[in-house]
Ligand binder design. Structure first.
Ligand code: FAD
Length: 416
């Protein structure tokens, strides 16, 4: 069923009785050309691009819960391509370009809203770092502008500019950054993949791998074994647990990241604003709620809930940047499990096991990467070669010494 303004009008006249389920609920077959594990953004996008770009339609996607139950439905919805390093920037800019055409391509309203992202700086050294980043972005074809304090004040007058400890000196502005409705991305890709013939199976947990002569030839699931020519694992926060079943130890730690939503307010935040003197980022949803977050909880965990010290830290960041937030009531908060890699950058690569491919290590920035991550993973699986924008995301980069440490933090995953 196609979606259009005419269709909405017509269904309105028919008491909305004509809408059909967005995807089928098929029984899994015993064998597929490709099995994709994980029904988050990256798994769904991988399945979609396998079918659409590379003509591989004999694909099943296996999700242990329901679509959108993982981080794709838990994030703070920010998209941007404001990266510095050559291993990262072209990939995230490719993703941004895919976001820009996504809704038309999928015929699905994902509420892609390019309202801009503003990274504030509070010192001369930080300004220099943002100038460098902005130049790297422009060299890679992305958009970036440097604003002084007056420019930021015109855009966002409610900030605490003269905070004695953290005065706002300016910001790096990416006008094409913004937000996208996160769960609509999962539903849109699911619908697109389903229409191209991909089987999407929910409530089907992968519990192990079928191995023959050292190669992966399928998966064990709660609904029986499924054989496959190739298996792509896209399970984000569960990556280390699942890959351990194939005997692989990943350079990944799992940490919780929390998100917060306030009561609905009149428009106060123009796009996305990030605080440069602490870890706090905020945007405003179309319903008016301030959507914000900060650091990961510092300890390893597979629980989808966080702890109070980080709540306090996030709220302190918010108060330092925009004291008005102290008068807004908090409506909701939740947590998701982040697959934090040792250098803060992702993996889209082959594993040492033939037939087994990995998409992981998204830390807390993998939502913006969903279109390019899915495209590049599909490219890798279909052609057995990395996509040109994802050549650096190899699993063996630590052994080769080719880290992509965007923040320069070293091998301390909770700091990336
Ligand atoms: C609070 C929060 C805020 C964030 N904010 C942002 C942001 O603003 N911008 C941004 O770019 N990124 C953000 N992120 C990060 C981003 O959401 C993730 O990096 C990204 O969603 C991870 O990829 P995914 O969508 O494929 O993961 P998920 O949606 O987690 O998908 C993985 C799926 O695998 C399934 N699975 C796990 N084990 C199995 C199994 N054994 N068998 C079958 N299925 C299995 C899970 O159920 C899950 O559905 C945020 C994350 C959180 C938690």
């Amino acid at each position: 069923m196609g979606y259009s303004a005419w269709r909405i009008f017509r269904e309105g006249l028919r008491s909305n009785r004509g809408w059909e389920p967005v995807w089928r609920e098929p029984e899994p077959k015993p064998r597929y050309e490709v099995v994709v594990v994980g029904g988050g953004g990256h798994g769904l996008a991988t399945a979609y691009y396998l079918a659409r770009e590379f003509g591989i339609r004999d694909v099943v996607l296996l999700e242990k819960g329901w679509l959108g139950s993982g981080n794709i439905g838990r994030n703070t919805t920010i998209i941007r391509s404001n990266y510095l390093l050559p291993g990262n920037q072209p990939f995230y800019e490719f993703s941004m370009k895919l976001w820009e055409g996504l809704e038309q391509e999928l015929n699905y309203n994902a509420m892609v809203s390019q309202r801009g992202i503003l990274n504030l700086f509070h010192s001369d050294a930080q300004r220099d770092a943002y100038v460098r980043r902005g130049n790297a972005m422009r060299l890679a074809g992305a958009d970036a502008e440097l604003l002084d304090a007056a420019g930021v004040r015109r855009m966002c007058p409610l900030l605490d500019f003269d905070n004695a400890r953290f005065p706002v000196r300016g910001g790096l502005w990416q006008p094409r950054g913004g937000t996208v409705r996160h769960d609509a991305v999962a539903w849109g890709y699911a619908r697109g993949a389903d229409r191209l013939g991909v089987d999407i199976v929910q409530n089907c947990e992968v519990t192990g791998f079928l191995m023959e002569d050292g190669a992966c030839v399928g998966v064990e699931t709660g609904r029986g074994p499924i054989r496959a020519g190739k298996v792509a694992v896209c399970v984000a926060g569960s990556s280390s647990r699942i890959m351990a079943k194939a005997g692989l130890r990943l350079p990944i730690e799992s940490h919780v990241l929390q998100a917060f939503v306030s009561e609905g307010l009149k428009p106060v935040i123009p796009g996305v604003v990030t605080f440069g003197a602490g870890h706090f980022y905020v945007s405003q949803s179309d319903k008016g709620g301030l959507v914000f977050g900060g650091d990961v909880d510092g300890y390893n965990s597979y629980a989808q809930r966080g702890n109070l010290p980080v709540v306090e830290d996030v709220c302190e960041g918010g108060m330092a940047l925009m004291p008005m937030i102290g008068r807004a009531r908090l409506l909701r908060m939740w947590g998701g499990i982040m697959d934090m890699s040792m250098d803060g950058s992702p993996f889209i690569g082959r594993t040492p096991i033939p037939g087994l491919y990995l998409n992981a290590g998204w830390c807390y920035g993998g939502f913006k990467a969903v279109p390019a991550g899915g495209f590049a993973t599909a490219h890798l699986v279909a052609k057995d070669a990395p996509h040109p924008t994802a050549t650096e995301f190899r699993l063996d980069r630590f052994r080769r010494g080719h880290l992509i440490d965007e923040k320069g933090q070293g091998a301390q995953p909770n700091l990336h």
